[in-house]
Structure formats: structure tokens, C-alpha cells
Write a protein that binds this ligand. Structure first.
Ligand code: UT7
Length: 329
């Protein structure tokens, strides 16, 4: 028998129905469809408008769909990890709310905050419990309600982000498939370039912070862009090298969907053909922690057992990395 690996054995996404198109944004800020499409690749994004709903509700929809699809009962789940920067509340964590909403009575949960790299970090974390044979059924969800922290008067950010959720089930496999390796990195000095200025312990919410519009995502886009290309390409190359793979051995590259030009640059650096790069940015924009699992969900039917897949992301922190897995079904 081979060594135990944590394998993705199911994936399910959920996005809100409401679409915010580039033409809608033209009426809100000084922008235009041509600029947004040519600079980012985005045509529309989804926005959560259901009254009383938040990130945990999108997670719960994705998890319920995943359980139905895989035939797993809520009581069988051991652990739910939610990657998000838009938790329902500052505390408690969103994952335990999700456990409650899906009826996972025997599970515990916790959140991972690594911004756009959140799903990658959470997946690597969840995999440890499974490959070390601590738990058999771990769910990892990537979800963000970015519309709750976006300033819709700021054209630098409001054209980029959208809302969504997607969840994967991790189970042990001994046939060689599953998560093989990952390289995760961080550089806290990057916090200056991508953050929310107020609402944390450094600058608690006050009338002044609200008036100064400091409760929104802020980024120095140009500088983040350069670091994103370098970070994603570098960790992808590292993970390929140490697993003695070339781009030809990899069936799919699944990059975080921040900007079409970043995706193309990373593919170019890796000499990887765009036909084998998962892309859905045109319909969802940047959903932060949800982009990678949403891609896996949409491309699921094209995946074959044993496919070599590289996931890669870059985000606030800075955080970044690449993960190599062999598709299990
Ligand atoms: O996922 C987390 C990590 N985040 C990222 O990876 C994001 C990385 N950065 C980016 O994707 C890009 O930098 C942006 C899409 C945010 C911006 O694209 P850019 O090509 O870097 O544009 P820029 O910020 O250099 O702006 C170019 C011009 C500026 O005008 P001037 O100064 O040249 O006259 C901007 O004011 O485009 C202007 N501009 C816009 N024009 C129309 C900026 N935003 C807009 C807009 N519509 N929405």
C-alpha cells in the first residue's frame, strides 16, 4: 500500500445570481467596458444581495451542494476550514457558523486569513489532518463577499472584485492521487500595499474612520501586480523542479483569478499553453479566496483521474504559493 495522501474527492461552487456588469459600473464610476476588459479581462462579477446573507451563507450553499453530490452526511464531517477575509463578524469565526448551518454536528471549524492565497493555505492545512490519518472527511471552503468591503466610488478596486464560494472534500487515498507537495510563502512587509486601513485593533472603527472611507479594501495595484507575477511564477517553478516535472507533465494550471494579464504572464513564464490554464475571471472577477475552487468546480468534467494539477495564488499579506496535486477521480 502507498502512503496516505489527502485527495480532493468532490468540489462544488456557489455564486449569487445578481450580476454587476462593466456597463453597470460605467454608471457608477468614471470607467468603461473597454478599459476593464483590456486591463483585467473581467466582463461581469456576482454580488450577494440576499437580505441577511453573508459569507457563511455562500459557504453553506456550497457545502450543502458538495454533501449532496458526494453522498456524505453532515454528521460524518470532521472539520470545516473556511478561507476568507470577509468573515461574517470579526469574531467568532465563520467556519463554526458554517458547521451550524449545514448540520455538521460532529465537526469543528476555523478560519484561515491569507487573502487571495487563503484557499491554498487552507487546503495545505486541511491536507495535514487527512494525510496524517487524524481525520477522514475534511471540507475546505474558499469564500469572500468582497462587495461588503469594496468602495463603489473607487474605480481602482470596484471593477475588480466579486462574491462567491466553493468547497472541496478531502479524503484519504492510497493510490498515489491527492495532494503531493506545496510551497507556501509570506512577506509581511507587503501589508503596506494591500490592506483594509481600519476596523482592526490597530485602528478600531470610529466616526472618523468611517468618514475617511477606511473600511474598504485598498491596494497599490501596480506594485501588487509585479509581486504577483514574480511570486506565482517562482513558486510554480520551485514545485515543478522539486517534483522533477516540466510544464509538459502538467495537465492543468489553476491560477488565482486577479487579472487576466497576470494569469497570462505566469503561464508565459512557465511556458504553459493557455488552453490548459483554468480561467473564469471574465464572469466572476476576483472573488479572493474563492477563485481557485470555483475554477476546479467549473472545469471538473474535463479533469481525469491522475491528472497533474498545479494551483497557484498571490494575495494580501503578502502571501503566495503553489500546490501540486494529482486529481483523484
Ligand atoms: O488578488 C489580490 C492581488 N491583487 C492583484 O493581483 C491586483 C494586481 N493589480 C492589477 O490587477 C492592476 O494593477 C489593476 C487592474 C488594479 C490596475 O491596472 P493597471 O494597468 O496597473 O492600471 P494603473 O493602476 O496603472 O492605471 C492606469 C491608468 C491610470 O490613469 P493615468 O494615471 O494613467 O491617467 C488610472 O487612473 O488607468 C486609470 N484607471 C482606470 N481607468 C478607467 C484605473 N482604474 C481605472 C478604471 N477605469 N477602473
Amino acid at each position: 500500500m502507498g502512503k496516505t495522501r489527502a485527495a480532493i474527492t468532490g468540489v462544488q461552487g456557489w455564486v449569487p445570481e445578481t450580476k454587476l456588469t462593466n456597463h453597470d459600473l460605467e454608471k457608477m464610476v468614471d470607467t468603461n467596458d473597454e478599459w476593464i476588459q483590456s486591463r483585467t479581462g473581467i466582463k461581469e462579477r456576482r454580488i450577494l444581495r440576499t437580505p441577511g446573507w453573508a459569507t457563511s451563507d455562500m459557504c453553506a450553499e456550497a457545502v450543502k451542494g458538495l454533501l449532496e453530490k458526494t453522498g456524505v452526511k453532515p454528521g460524518e464531517i470532521d472539520l470545516i476550514i473556511v478561507a476568507t477575509v470577509t468573515a461574517d463578524m470579526v469574531f467568532p469565526d465563520t467556519a463554526n457558523t458554517v458547521c451550524d448551518k449545514v448540520g455538521a454536528k460532529n465537526a469543528f471549524g476555523f478560519d484561515v486569513n491569507a487573502a487571495c492565497s487563503g484557499f491554498l493555505f487552507a487546503l495545505a492545512t486541511g491536507a495535514q489532518y487527512v494525510q496524517n490519518e487524524v481525520y477522514n472527511k475534511v471540507i475546505v471552503v474558499g469564500s469572500d463577499m468582497m462587495s461588503s468591503i469594496i468602495d463603489y466610488t473607487d474605480r481602482n478596486t470596484c471593477v475588480i472584485f466579486g462574491d462567491g464560494a466553493a468547497a472541496v472534500l478531502l479524503e484519504p487515498r492510497k493510490d498515489g492521487n491527492g495532494i503531493v507537495d506545496f510551497v507556501l510563502r509570506g512577506d509581511g512587509s507587503g501589508r503596506e500595499m494591500l490592506h483594509m486601513k481600519a476596523g482592526g485593533s490597530l485602528k478600531p472603527a470610529s466616526l472618523e474612520t468611517v468618514a475617511a472611507r477606511e473600511h474598504y479594501a485598498w491596494q497599490d495595484g501596480k506594485r501588487v501586480y509585479v509581486h504577483a507575477v514574480k511570486g506565482m511564477s517562482g513558486t510554480c517553478e520551485e514545485v515543478l523542479r522539486r517534483n522533477k516535472l516540466t510544464s509538459d507533465d502538467v495537465q492543468w494550471l489553476v491560477p488565482h483569478q486577479a487579472n487576466m494579464r497576470i494569469i497570462q504572464s505566469v503561464a508565459e513564464h512557465m511556458h504553459f499553453p493557455m488552453e490548459r490554464v483554468m480561467v473564469n475571471i471574465e464572469r466572476y472577477g476576483n472573488t479572493t479566496a474563492a477563485t481557485i475552487p470555483l475554477c476546479l468546480w467549473e472545469y471538473e468534467k474535463q479533469l481525469k483521474k491522475g491528472d497533474n494539477i498545479i494551483l497557484t495564488a498571490f494575495g494580501g499579506g503578502f502571501t503566495w504559493g503553489a500546490l501540486y496535486l494529482k486529481w483523484a477521480y
